[in-house]
Design a protein around this ligand. Structure first.
Ligand code: NAD
Length: 290
């Protein structure tokens, strides 16, 4: 396939590299990041999109996606697929879907989980919103870049799945960290806490796979001085998106709201920026109740 790839940062770079390695023809554009070996550099987003069967975007925010979409939609051939893999607000995903459909294009929102290591290894999970035919066209590419693909529904459904998942993740990570800090104060050894909880009803991905306590459970960023992994500011971004969506949809999400508030304080005032999101544990460790 001829692929235009726009946004070649920490995630987009390795994703595009995997498409090149699988034999696809990739034209890439990024104003800052290097173009992966084997891809053809373009001078603009529109140039990367011209003549492509599929245009993939992997950008920082919904506002940037809207700008890039306005540039690439007029350049794309009718029937081609615009597939956004960024994490953005549901409204931006739906807006871009409307604009692209009106121009005779197919469109998907396909955010990912799995982080930079999943992007490099080709083991991402894709959560996809859009039509069946667009989904079928891009599935061979999802299969190269990832190991699991779920067609979640119509436009915006992929972003909805992503922010709901990450709202659960933020809340369970905080719950896991505060429970470890409480266990410390009760004199309960962390390895015993892990043994019990990881095989009991308090189990979660945060405890079992990504344990925030160093030296316990499988290797995780806590074993590497909380170097990310999944940075606290990216968790904050996703929690804010979840609360923006909850506001718009009039959904009651008190735990998500509390998680967003805690990560805001952590990132903006408590040195959490640049740390893994599981560094909530040393934050709780240092605090008392007041
Ligand atoms: P990044 O900042 O490393 O990459 C984004 C790239 O977009 C940058 O290279 C930037 O130069 C480029 N860009 C900005 N404006 C542009 C424009 N107008 N035209 C073309 N390119 C432009 O970010 P990332 O970590 O690769 O994340 C990308 C997306 O994936 C984000 O939406 C993020 O929330 C999501 N995501 C990231 C992770 C992760 O672990 N990093 C995990 C899941 C999802």
């Amino acid at each position: 396939m001829k692929i235009g790839f726009i946004g070649l940062g920490n995630m987009g770079g390795p994703m595009a590299t995997n498409l090149v390695a699988a034999g696809h023809t990739v034209t890439g554009y990024d104003p800052v990041a290097p173009i992966p070996k084997g891809a053809t550099p373009a001078q603009s987003a529109a140039e990367a999109a011209t003549g492509a069967d599929v245009v993939i975007t992997m950008l920082p925010s919904g506002a940037i996606l809207r700008t890039v979409a306005a540039e690439v939609i007029p350049a794309m051939a009718k029937g081609a697929v615009l597939c956004d893999c960024s994490t953005v607000d549901v409204d931006a995903a739906r807006f871009v879907a409307e604009q692209a459909s009106a121009a005779g294009l197919q469109v998907l929102d396909a955010p990912v989980s799995g982080g930079t290591s999943g992007a490099a290894a080709g083991t991402l999970t894709f959560m996809v919103g859009g039509t069946d035919s667009a989904f079928e066209t891009v599935t061979p590419l999802f299969d190269i870049m990832g190991q699991k693909v779920v067609h979640c529904g119509v436009a915006g459904a992929g972003q909805a799945a992503k922010i709901c998942n990450n709202m659960i993740l933020g809340v369970t990570m905080i719950a896991t960290c505060e429970a470890f800090a409480l266990a410390d104060k009760l004199g309960l050894a962390r390895d015993k806490m892990f043994d019990v909880v990881s095989t009991s009803s308090g189990a979660s991905w945060s405890m079992n796979t990504y344990c925030p306590a160093p030296g316990i459970g499988p290797k995780s960023p806590s074993d590497n001085n909380y170097k990310p992994g999944f940075a606290a500011e990216l968790m904050l971004k996703d929690l804010r998106l979840s609360q923006q969506a909850a506001e718009a949809a009039d959904a009651d999400t008190p735990m998500g709201q509390m998680a967003a508030a805690l990560y805001t304080t952590f990132v903006e005032q408590e040195g959490g920026k640049g740390m893994d999101f599981s560094a909530m544990l040393p934050r709780f460790e240092k605090r008392g109740r007041g």
